[in-house]
Design a protein around this ligand. Structure first.
Ligand code: 3H9
Length: 704
């Protein structure tokens, strides 16, 4: 430990204090590992010390290994060795926990001899969510402490538990009062001293026995939830295989499994996703701007979207005034919001008293715009029509106080034109929430030409307050997400026109890791929405554009999707999730004959390649036009709004990992059949030729 070390050793009487101070989350960087090893050595040499308390400064105990070190050559001492040193201490070490004790942080705690936590502490081994497994003894020590079932659950799901549950499981010895972890640790240490208790090493405890039936059940469960990911199953096998061996050998095979997983594309993708989510909030051009204070929020429109936004804002502690066209509609919206909050209470996400307080004190639904004179920010969530929205903004311009932020929740329309309806376009921004807005974490922050930097900063601050991931988008039809969706859905429609069945396309897309295919999504959302858009655009449609006649045919025969019991699929009591419609093949054959199309066979790989190529190509255009500031922002939108499999990192990361030259070559081939749709993005063409990546597009001449 040097003076600069993030780990300090100090003794008061018989108790030594080992404090870690490595902001922001006390991650186990090389300096922390070195400091911990040195502190344990000092404890051994300190003749007056009888016991030690290990705690952390700041908002949390250790939140895990330092993820930014992954992929770089390891620096000694490695974490398993540090944990072994802690456990080997002859003098007992008490870990005093607060905040989020995660991954390697929890493994350090398992190396300690006693564990005490403050109320509110959360614990978990989230390594599988990063494509890894606990690599510092978690797979071997945890089952010895809490039993096999609980350990498998925690390790293979990566989920967190609270301190109360941890106490029930025996993961901690004591749940302390108060808010000072060091004081809680000291109290525990004094008690142990007075009782004359010594160290207690988990590595020396007997391993639990593994029952074959239980293991089979876990294998089936994990295989199902892992959906093609490697880490969760490998973690399960590592626990079980290790427990059959002496502790040291079990540790050695855990280390090997950890190092193997470190090399997988899955690990690279998941860690990319982790940092991409955090990078999205970093906005250089607004870094100096101070967000405007927002406490009172107005919402115009109490449909499903307005209700979800209101519930989300209330849960974030904001005061909400919702405006509907009349009293009946206002009452209906209020009831809907009440239901959403009750749902959150039932799921254990919200306290019942807090939900009641929010509705009675922080919420009102009204039928007049006048109360919006008081609010700091308004979110318009009315019918998706430019004229209707412009009218709302003219009214807001008249009523809202100067400096209030005026936001539109449009999902396609031109925010510049909406801002233009006011005399204060600098205060106008797009806040595109995703439905259900009280659940979905994505928020596209659409920055228009005149939007002031502090308004953009306010939107990012609001996103954070509401627990959302804000991603910046420029103005274009559909912004980042819906524009990408239009591209890959169109590719899917062309596949169906040319010979694939909607079921084949859905299956191929689900096999990629999406929860649903495009036609299942269409049935869920309602096929009339796309139909109405196509009708509206028909008069100005380019004659080269291929129309999904089959989709129109479904709507015209009253098959609107789930809500009518029939769309691409049939939904009934026997198949509530939908089953293929036997009439589909006949209908498609008729349409192809009418259009003069000779149907072709498409393999699963063909379908996947075209679907992904359309997505990547559009993403590259979005990047090139500056609609997204960076490729990783596009990934975050697709991961959080469109079900893109997280373990593939998002379409841009996937494209870089797959090889842009392959994708560009595929698009070149598709363009021979349909040059109108398959126009290769110039950025993608250049990067493919130069061997560049979408993550860092400035290569070759640009970089010079
Ligand atoms: C592991 O432990 C492997 C071991 O089993 C074996 C080893 C051999 N490392 O999320 P926030 C940064 S795997 C480096 O915005 P919050 C983060 O990038 C690890 N940096 O705050 C951000 O930086 P910036 C297992 C990290 O309050 C800042 O801290 N552990 C790490 O919303 C604030 O983060 C995990 O998977 C890290 N481990 O949430 C835990 N963690 O400000 C991952 C955070 O520059 N972390 N940063 O953008 C989390 O889940 C959340 O960050 C946490 C705080 C809940 C801790």
């Amino acid at each position: 430990m040097t003076d600069q070390s993030p780990v300090r050793y100090r003794r008061e009487g018989k108790i030594a204090f080992i404090d870690i101070d490595n902001p922001p989350v006390n991650a186990l960087s090389a300096a922390v590992r070195q400091g911990l090893a040195a502190a344990v050595a000092q404890l051994a040499q300190d003749e007056d010390a009888r016991i030690a308390v290990l705690s952390c400064a700041g908002r949390t105990f250790i939140a895990g290994a330092d993820i930014s070190e992954f992929g770089k050559p390891p620096v000694a001492p490695v974490l398993p060795d540090v944990v072994a040193l802690i456990e080997a201490s002859e003098k007992p070490i008490v870990a005093a926990l607060h905040g989020t004790v995660l991954g390697g942080g929890l493994e350090v705690v398992l190396g300690a001899h006693y564990r005490v936590a403050l109320p509110g502490t959360r614990m978990g081994l989230p390594e599988v969510t990063l494509g890894l497994l606990p690599g510092a003894g978690g797979t071997q020590r945890l089952p010895r402490l809490v039993g096999l079932d609980a350990a498998i659950d925690l390790v293979t799901s990566g989920r967190q538990i609270d301190a109360r549950r941890a106490l029930e499981l025996g993961l901690i010895d004591d749940l302390a009062e108060g808010s000072d972890p060091r004081a809680a640790g000291e109290a525990g240490a004094r008690r142990l001293l007075s009782e004359g208790v010594g160290h207690r090493r988990l590595s020396q405890m007997a391993a639990p026995t593994v029952e074959a039936d239980m293991l089979d059940a876990w294998r089936a469960k994990v295989a199902k939830s892992a959906r093609g990911q490697v880490a969760p199953l490998r973690a399960l096998e590592t626990i079980v295989d290790g427990l059959a061996l002496p502790f040291d050998k079990g540790m050695a095979q855990e280390r090997q499994a950890f190092l193997d997983l470190m090399q997988t594309p899955e690990r690279a993708a998941l860690i990319h996703a982790f940092f991409a989510e955090r990078r999205a909030a970093q906005q250089d051009d607004v870094a100096g701007a101070t967000p405007r204070p927002v406490q009172r929020v107005g919402i115009v429109g109490g449909g499903t979207m307005g209700q979800g936004i209101a519930a989300s804002a209330l849960t974030a502690g904001l005061d909400v005034t919702l405006v509907e066209r009349d009293e009946a509609a206002a009452a209906k919206a209020a009831a809907g919001i009440g239901k959403m909050l009750d749902g959150a209470v039932k799921r254990g996400k919200l306290d019942a008293d807090a939900a009641a307080r929010m509705q009675s004190q922080a919420f009102r639904a009204v039928s007049s715009y006048d109360p919006l004179a008081e609010v700091d920010l308004v979110i318009e969530a009315v019918f998706e029509s430019l004229e209707v929205k412009q009218e709302v903004f003219r009214t807001l311009d008249r009523i809202c106080r100067p400096g209030a932020v005026l936001a539109t929740n449009t999902s396609y329309l031109d925010v510049d034109l909406i801002a233009g309806a006011t005399t204060r376009p600098q205060d106008v921004i797009g806040l595109h929430f995703f439905s259900p807005a009280n659940v979905m974490r994505l928020l596209e922050i659409v920055v228009a030409d005149s939007t002031a930097p502090d308004v953009t900063a306010t939107a990012f601050a609001l996103a954070k307050k509401m627990g959302k991931i804000g991603v910046r988008s420029g103005v274009c039809d559909g912004f980042i997400g819906n524009r990408m969706m239009l591209a890959y859905r169109t590719a899917a429609d062309h596949l169906v026109l040319d010979g694939a069945s909607p079921y084949q396309v859905d299956q191929a897309v689900v096999a990629l890791g999406f929860p649903m295919g495009p036609y299942q999504v269409g049935d869920l959302a309602g096929l009339d929405i796309g139909y109405a858009t196509r009708q509206r655009k028909a008069p100005t449609r380019d004659p080269r554009e291929r129309v999904p006649v089959f989709a129109d045919r479904l709507v015209e025969s009253g098959r609107l999707g789930r809500k009518t019991g029939r769309g691409y699929y049939i939904y009934d009591d026997a198949s509530p999730q939908g089953r293929p419609d036997p009439e589909m093949d006949g209908m498609l054959a008729g349409i192809r004959t009418d259009l003069g199309i000779t149907p072709r066979d498409f393999s699963t790989e063909d379908i996947q390649a075209r679907y992904m190529a359309a997505m990547v190509n559009e993403g590259a255009k979005i990047l090139e036009e500056g609609i997204a500031a960076r490729a990783s922002d596009i990934d975050v939108v697709l991961l959080h709004g469109y079900g893109f499999p997280r373990w593939k990192g998002g379409p841009m990361h996937w494209a870089d990992a797959t090889g842009l030259d392959w994708i560009a070559a595929d698009i070149g081939r598709y363009a021979e059949e349909d040059p109108y749709f398959w126009q290769l993005s110039p950025l993608l063409a250049r990067l493919a030729a130069e061997g560049g990546t979408l993550a860092e597009p400035k290569t070759g001449k640009d970089a010079a």
